[in-house]
Design a protein around this ligand. Structure first.
Ligand code: NAD
Length: 422
């Protein structure tokens, strides 16, 4: 996707990802052949998805699946329904998944896919047809040992359930082809909240390392969907004061702290409910105003490229925690670093989701459902281990958390490629 941002230039997820990758390559001794293998995806697929609309018309959407790397295990990555996606977008997000699974030491590679539709403009029947048709098109290249799908922006447990059904027609009942499913179809306790739980955990450890006490820390959050709302709830539970929340429709601000419990409940009661319409006290605020707030933690949990060279110098937060994928452009990353703003990178901050997806896949293989306590304990242990490794590398080499995470992810992936041979 190449969207023009307010005085921030054009945002290219692919260029952003490539920039971070090249920075990490520069510090590692990697032979050119391996670098070239890792720069490009293993497979890029794009296909037409015609849809008979409820009103009798036909819309033609495009479906995508990009598989980046699979030396450590099957490809793994989410399914995004959003009008502004294209191949470059998925190439970047698939690569990001490779580093994320490697940073967490999960036996997966990286992939990403989706459809260029606006799910809010589709009826439930239309979304079901589109999701099942998508699976028909990619059935040959997905599966529990090939490529495992998951929710991302614009998709959730219901779409994952439709994927189980469509895949079963091709290969028999194989719930491990997708994670983030409803519990009744082999989903994992704790998966729905896992990404937000992970963001809050990592934010807490990073805040402590930076001398910020989470209890009483102020937080501004962009995005109040699955990731944003759960992040807000877990941070508020730990005593943080969430002063501002913005979604695609607008936002709310309260210096005294917003009623997060009330907002989460309102959104659960009315799925898709917009933040400005929620019946909680607060002044109106825009995303750009939110980014400039003097807070301890700024958490972008919506789309990519929102903190860019046009607004990075207005960021007054002490720490930016990337709950979304690629929310900070490479130029903004540099600007924040120079001003001493700590950035906790997406490949670590939002990795709680894929970690519990892994645990769900393990449970599917065992045909045995764990308790939520067990899932949450495993999630915390694995994330904490990864956080410690990233922090140690960052301190030992005097590099950013992002560069440290990329290096760790690259080293593990390269070792697997070299051991297998190519
Ligand atoms: P979602 O569809 O549930 O919610 C998206 C939220 O972002 C909504 O509140 C929406 O209103 C808001 N939003 C969209 N465009 C916006 C804009 N222009 N300005 C302000 N707000 C905007 O999606 P999600 O699953 O919560 O995913 C959010 C981000 O987290 C994405 O970048 C996704 O890739 C990443 N992520 C998600 C998961 C997961 O498990 N769902 C895991 C890892 C990373």
């Amino acid at each position: 996707m190449a969207a023009e941002k307010e005085s921030g230039g054009t945002f290219s997820p692919r260029q952003t990802c490539e920039h971070f990758l090249e920075e990490a390559f520069d510090r590692l001794e990697t032979v050119d052949e391996v670098r070239n293998l890792l720069r490009a995806p293993y497979r890029e697929t794009r296909f037409e998805l015609p849809l008979n609309r409820d009103d009798g018309s036909v819309s033609v959407f495009y479906g995508y699946r990009v598989q980046h790397e699979h030396s450590c295990g099957p490809f793994k990555g989410g399914l995004r329904f959003h009008p502004d996606v294209d191949m470059d977008h998925f190439v970047a997000l698939a690569q990001l998944m490779t580093w994320k699974t490697a940073v967490l030491n999960l036996p997966f590679g990286g992939a990403k896919g989706g459809v260029n539709c606006d799910p809010r403009q589709l009826s439930s029947r239309e979304r079901e047809t589109l999701t099942k048709r998508y699976v028909e098109r990619v059935a040959m290249i997905i599966g529990p040992d090939r490529d495992i799908l998951a929710p991302d922006m614009g998709t959730g447990p219901q779409e994952m359930a439709w994927i189980v059904d469509a895949y079963a027609l091709q290969a028999g009942f194989e719930p491990g082809v997708v994670t983030g499913k409803p519990l009744a179809l082999g989903g994992s306790p704790g998966r729905l909240a896992a990404t937000g739980r992970g963001v809050a955990l990592v934010a807490g450890w990073a805040a402590e390392a930076a001398g910020i006490r989470l209890d009483g820390a102020t937080v501004a959050l962009q995005g109040f969907g699955n990731v944003g709302s759960h992040t807000a709830r877990f941070l508020a539970d730990q005593g943080a004061k969430v002063v501002a929340v913005v979604d695609v429709e607008g936002g709310k601000y309260s210096a005294a702290g917003l009623d997060i419990e009330g907002m989460v409940k309102a959104v659960q009661d009315q799925p898709g409910g917009a933040v400005p319409d929620l019946a909680v006290e607060g002044e109106t605020i825009s995303s750009e105003e939110l980014f400039a707030l003097e807070v301890d933690l700024l958490i972008p949990a919506a789309i990519g490229g929102v903190i860019h060279r046009g607004n990075a110098d207005r960021v007054k937060a002490r720490m930016v925690v990337e709950a979304a994928n690629l929310p900070v452009t490479s130029e903004a990353d540099q600007m924040l670093r120079e001003r001493g703003v700590v950035v906790v990178p997406d490949v670590l901050a939002n990795a709680g989701g894929v970690t519990v997806s892994y645990l769900e896949w393990v449970q599917n293989r065992q045909r045995y459902q764990w308790t939520e306590d067990r899932v949450n304990r495993e999630l915390t242990d694995r994330l904490q281990h990864a956080w410690r490794e990233v922090r140690e590398r960052s301190e030992a080499s005097d590099i950013s958390y992002r560069l440290a995470a990329y290096q760790l992810g690259l080293e593990r992936t390269i070792e697997a490629i070299e051991l297998r041979g190519f």
